[in-house]
Design a protein around this ligand. Structure first.
Ligand code: DX5
Ligand code: ZN
Length: 227
């Protein structure tokens, strides 16, 4: 099957002093969505941006804002991000006392819901909720920082989730995005796509490059070799 691929630059690696311009530039360079990393210095050892920043960048683009919550607890902040214009809200199951309820809360707030798997988090969290999700995110680094190296074990995990998503699509016609986050570069994106990912978060690879369009273009060229 020919798959369509999405590139989601993570603004964690953008220049925060010029964040609005960075968002505009990366969308003009061909980004499909903006990956928005939210860290709380509690669930992960770093502190980043919240709903006010989401609200500030919302008018700058029609691209989806893909909020990756690395916060605990999850539920209190979900409606704030929905009001701030988020399109997708993803969370880590370990950070929510009631995973199914949080998925429902995200949907009731008008957003798509994603579940995120750290390198050591088992996929059994998907057993009873996959059919309610819009996105599964496999972390290929431990969350908290940009610029880390891709953990190869993520490839096997992606392949297993791809099997589950494809089986569900055959049964129900429902499709779910399979996103990967951490250490994605032009040099490994094709291999990661072959394992089953269709949505690629890339922070340092894009914002650390001089030519955003050139880097996103190189990623798309590498993805062309996959099907
Ligand atoms: C890590 C974040 C990632 C990060 C990826 O906790 O979730 O989105 O920005 O950065 P790179 O692409 O540099 O690994
Ligand atoms: Zn992320």
């Amino acid at each position: 099957m020919t798959r369509s691929y999405r590139i989601a630059p993570s603004i964690l690696s953008a220049n925060f002093a010029r964040l609005g311009d960075e968002v505009t530039a990366v969308v003009a360079a061909g980004a499909d969505m903006i990956h928005f990393d939210v860290m709380d210095n509690h669930y992960v050892p770093n502190l980043t941006i919240g709903p006010m920043v989401c609200e500030a960048i919302r008018p700058l683009t029609e691209a989806a804002i893909d909020v990756h919550l690395m916060v605990e607890p999850v539920d209190r902040i979900v409606p704030d991000f929905a009001k701030a214009g988020a399109n997708i809200i993803s969370f880590h199951p370990e950070a929510s006392a009631h995973v199914d309820r949080t998925i429902g809360l995200i949907h009731d707030s008008g957003c798509k819901a994603g579940l995120v798997f750290n390198p050591a988090t088992p996929l059994s969290w998907l057993d009873h909720v996959l059919d309610k999700l819009d996105l599964v995110l496999i972390m290929s680094v431990n969350p908290g920082f940009g610029g880390q190296s891709f953990i190869p074990g993520a490839l096997l995990k992606l392949a297993e989730v791809r099997r589950r998503i494809d089986a569900l699509r055959l049964q129900t016609g429902r499709d779910i995005l399979l996103q990967v986050d951490g250490g994605v570069k032009t040099g490994n994106i094709a291999e990661i796509a072959r394992a089953g990912a269709d949505t690629f978060v890339a922070g340092s690879a894009i914002f650390g490059s001089k030519d955003y369009a050139g880097t996103i273009g190189a990623m798309r060229a590498a993805l062309k070799s996959v099907d």
